[in-house]
Structure formats: C-alpha cells, structure tokens
Design a protein around this ligand. Structure first.
Ligand SMILES: CC(C)(COP(=O)(O)OP(=O)(O)OC[C@H]1O[C@@H](n2cnc3c(N)ncnc32)[C@H](O)[C@@H]1OP(=O)(O)O)[C@@H](O)C(=O)NCCC(=O)NCCS
Length: 335
C-alpha cells in the first residue's frame, strides 16, 4: 500500500470583482448585512463568454501539473468535482481531458457540492493507495453566477456564492507517514432538499412538464437553501468529522498546524476554530474575497495558504467540508 501526497496545486479566479455594494445596486441588500452574517466582502463572477466551469478548472489544473513537475501525459486519471457543470452531460472531466490534450485516461465527475473536493481527493487517494494510479488530477470548479437568482427574491442565496476553480495533483508517496493519512466521508439524504437545485431533474417534474409550464417565474431553476438549518447542521458535522479524522490517526486538536475549512460562511469557520481552540493563524479563511465557491473553495484556499508560505513540510493540515446532500467529510494530511 502506498500513500498519496499533494505534489502540485493551483487555482484560478475570474478578474471580475463583485462587491457587496455592487449587489446592493441590483437587489435589496447591503454590505453590513452580508458581512455581519457571512464575512463576505466581495466575490468573483465570470463575465459571460469568458470562462466556463471546465475552462476555469483547466487553468487551475495547468498550474497544479506544472508545480508537480509533471508532463500532462503523466496524469493517470482525472477527478472533477462541481455542482455547476458546463453541460447536464457529459460532465466536465472529459472536457478537461480534451482541453489539456491528455491521452485517453479515465475521467470521473463528482456531484457532492461543497464536499465534492474532499470526496474527490478521497477517491483519488484510494486509487493511489491500491497502486492502480501514480498521479491523479483532482479539480474543484464552480460557475455559480450563471445560475443564481440575482433579484431580491434570491438574495438569501445569491450574495453568498462566487466563481472560481482549484486543482491538485495527488501522487504516489512511498513513505506512509506522509501525505493523506485518512479521509472520512458521510451523507444524510434525509435533508437532501434543504440545500438543492431541483430543475432540470428527472424527479416529479419531467423536462416535458417544464416546457409545457413555460413559467418565467419557475424558481426550481434556482438553488434553494434553508440557511439556518444548514448552519446548525454544518457546525455540528464539521466538528464531528474533524474529530473523527484526528482520532483515527491517534491525534488531537492540539496537533493541527493548519485547518482549511470549506469556505461556507466565516461564522461557521469561527465556530469550529473556537471549538478546537485554534489561533487565527491556524485556520485559513478567504471567503471574504471569494464568497463560497463550493467544490472549489478548499483547493483555492489550500493553494493560497501554500503560496503564502503557511504550510511547511511536516505540518498537519486538516481539510473539512459540509454541504448539500447533506454530505460532509475530512482529510488529515501530513505535508
Ligand atoms: C444564509 C444566512 C447568511 C442567512 O442568515 P440568517 O441570519 O439565517 O437570516 P434569515 O434567512 O433568517 O433572514 C433574516 C432576514 O434577512 C433577510 N435577508 C435575507 N438575505 C438577505 C440579504 N442578502 N440582504 C439583506 N437581507 C436579507 C431575510 O429576508 C430576513 O428578513 P425578515 O426577517 O424580514 O424575514 C445564514 O443562514 C447562513 O449562513 N446559513 C448557512 C449557509 C451556508 O453556509 N451555506 C453553504 C453551506 S455549504
């Protein structure tokens, strides 16, 4: 059995900065409300036509592959996590294979929303552990702004989410005291609809029903979030799954060098930080600049933290996520 380590990492965010004041010009909201509830000051939105979920993923992936010191043809497998794919099908994994010009390796798409990246690296880790693959590209990318209700009706959701992509290359590590020590994944489908986007789906309303209704006020095309219920579940699940990961490795909160929580809401991160008694410099947050970028948030934050020199060899880095599904997970990494 091998371990897997992060051998390269990169991110891409669109240049277009959208501040809270910008949003207050198109809906009934304000900077104070958004910052007080979420910590968000601004986010990035793609300018239509300039990028898609897959093209942002490709840009982040190129940086990650280069930093791993690999040729693109040394990538053995592609994992792509997103809730905002370019197409309903096929998923963006194959678009990355095409756009990077990688040989015909396997590509898989992960539909686990905010936990998508943690699920993705868990999957990649298993392939590497088993010896099946040596280098796996894992991407998280989201183009939320294309599908949000940017009117007052949608303000409870639309002010929170932003666009961007992050990517890592996981590579074989022979020393099993290093790299990804463990991942823990969970789901609770009882709350599936509490944070969801129902259309276009093949559930109770089929595509033909939607076409027949032809209703411009159809809200099922927009994400729905029961904010307070999500918040309450998030703080409990984040804490549980971090402890689960630490315990499985005979570690405790005092061993954490850097916690990178999924950037759901600054208040959630602060709650978790307090619960584990971590200092400000032991938790990396960038939701203030980018909003919640769902599957992209952890790889963007991880890359930024690494670029800022906040991660040193031997550090214990903990990743944790919670989101729609509900799904949640953690990864314990010895850098
Ligand atoms: C979404 C969230 C910020 C909302 O905060 P909240 O304190 O629960 O606010 P509520 O939804 O109860 O709304 C309070 C009021 O603000 C209003 N409001 C909602 N969005 C608003 C906005 N963007 N600007 C101004 N007012 C807004 C509501 O209409 C409501 O008004 P009312 O009291 O007159 O009815 C909060 O619930 C949250 O962060 N939840 C977790 C979300 C999350 O992390 N999601 C990602 C999971 S991966």
């Amino acid at each position: 059995m091998y371990n897997s380590k992060i051998s390269g990492l990169g991110y891409f965010v669109p240049d277009n900065v959208v501040t809270n004041d910008d949003l207050s010009k198109i809906m009934d909201t304000n900077d104070e409300w958004i910052q007080e509830r979420t910590g968000i000051k601004e986010r990035r939105h793609v300018i239509k036509g300039e990028d898609t979920t897959s093209t942002m993923g490709v840009k982040a992936a190129r940086i990650a592959i280069e930093r791993a010191g690999l040729d693109k043809d040394e990538i053995d497998f592609i994992v792509f996590a997103t809730l905002s794919p370019d197409y309903y099908f096929p998923g963006p994994g194959v678009l990355v294979q095409r756009d990077l010009g990688i040989k015909t390796v396997g590509a898989i798409d992960i539909r686990n929303q905010c936990s998508g990246f943690v699920y993705g690296i868990s999957l990649a880790d298993q392939y590497i552990k088993s010896g099946m693959y040596r280098n796996v590209l894992v991407i998280g990318s989201e183009l939320h702004s294309a599908g949000l209700d940017m009117t007052t009706r949608g303000r409870g959701v639309s002010v929170i989410f932003g666009d961007g992509a992050g990517a890592v290359v996981l590579s074989r590590e022979e020393d099993n005291t290093k790299g990804i020590l463990s991942t823990h994944l969970h789901s609770e489908g009882a709350h599936a609809e509490e944070l969801s986007l129902i259309a276009p789906g093949m559930g109770k309303r089929w595509v033909l029903d939607i076409l027949e209704d032809n209703d411009p006020n159809d809200e099922s095309y927009y994400p729905y979030m029961n904010g307070q219920f999500v918040f309450k579940n998030a703080v409990v699940r984040f804490s549980e799954v971090i402890m689960e990961g630490l315990k499985a490795n005979n570690l405790g909160p005092a061993d954490i060098d850097l916690l990178i929580p999924h950037q759901a809401n600054l208040r959630i991160s602060q709650f978790v930080q307090k619960k584990f008694g971590l200092r400000d410099d032991q938790v990396y947050n960038n939701i203030m600049k980018y909003g919640n970028t769902t599957a992209a948030s952890i790889p963007i934050a991880l890359t930024e933290a690494w670029e800022l020199g906040k991660i040193k060899e031997g550090d214990l880095v903990v990743l944790a996520a919670f989101g729609s599904g509900f799904t949640w997970g953690s990864a314990i990494i010895r850098w």
